[in-house]
Design a protein around this ligand. Structure first.
Ligand SMILES: [Zn+2]
Length: 261
């Protein structure tokens, strides 16, 4: 896989955001429709997190990839349109954010098709990220049938790699995702990772990517990273990266086009 990047950049970084909003909870259990506090925290991602993130990306002149469940686009069309209007990539993230491993092949097909329909007025995604990063052989087959260029849900390498069916994989990892570190679920009991410790993890992984000259994906959620003191982490990450090296910040679509060219 590639170790050279456009404009002689020494590594490539994709900032990716999963805009689950209320859909993330409603897809897990319809009973969340009655849990207004949980839903309000999810909605914060749209009302406060997303505008902060978009402003920050504009300030740094970085284009990012936003994975949006179809149902989120139906609930918040203006917010999702703003993402596209500012030149960022919209990726497919299911419709009701249903985990592929929890539903049969027909329901998976419906998730993909309804997701496309809901996003159609805004964008036609070429990339897919499975809800909760659960992917089955049936999902991979469906991605191929629906003409996706790449997937970003698997963890079999830390460089872009090609799956058996020819699909490009832009891999992820839980340790680089803000949710397990910074999101707390009522009743769960375990503590947050300190923001500084999480930033250190992000920077250490960047330093290893720099040594390998590889591509690296960070995953975030607007309701998590979009809190005032946490969006500062993202600002600090970008500053730390740019201080150390000339890096190509690119959407997943741009990386996919480059590595397959
Ligand atoms: Zn998600």
């Amino acid at each position: 896989m590639r170790t050279t990047w456009p404009n002689d950049a020494l590594a490539a970084i994709s900032l990716t955001f999963d805009v689950d909003a209320e859909t993330g909870w409603l897809g897990e259990d319809p009973a969340y429709a009655h849990r207004l506090s949980t839903l309000s925290e999810a909605r914060f991602g749209i009302t406060r997190g997303l505008p902060r993130i978009l402003d920050l990306l504009t300030r740094h002149d970085i284009k990012a990839t936003f994975y949006v469940p179809g149902h989120t686009a139906e609930l918040h069309p203006e917010a999702i349109k703003r993402i596209a209007h500012e030149g960022h990539e919209i990726g497919h993230h299911g419709h009701m954010h249903l985990r592929s491993d929890a539903i049969d092949a027909n329901a998976q097909k419906e998730e993909i098709e309804r997701g496309f329909e809901a996003l159609a007025p805004i964008a036609t995604p070429i990339g897919y990220r499975s809800p909760s990063w659960e992917l089955t052989p049936e999902t991979l087959e469906l991605l191929k049938q629906h003409g996706f260029t790449y997937d970003s849900s698997l963890m079999g390498d830390d460089r872009p790699y090609t799956l058996e069916n020819g699909l490009l994989e832009l891999p992820v990892h839980w340790s680089l995702d803000d949710w397990p570190h910074l999101h707390w679920k009522p009743g769960r009991g375990d503590a947050f990772t300190s923001p500084q410790a999480f930033l250190d993890t992000w920077i250490k992984e960047f330093e290893s990517a720099l040594r390998d000259r590889r591509h690296l994906t960070y995953t975030m959620h607007p309701e998590v990273i979009g809190r005032g003191y946490r969006v500062q982490l993202l600002d600090d990450l970008i500053a730390a990266v740019r201080e150390r090296a000339d890096v190509w910040f690119a959407t997943h679509a741009d990386v996919a086009a480059f590595v397959t060219s």
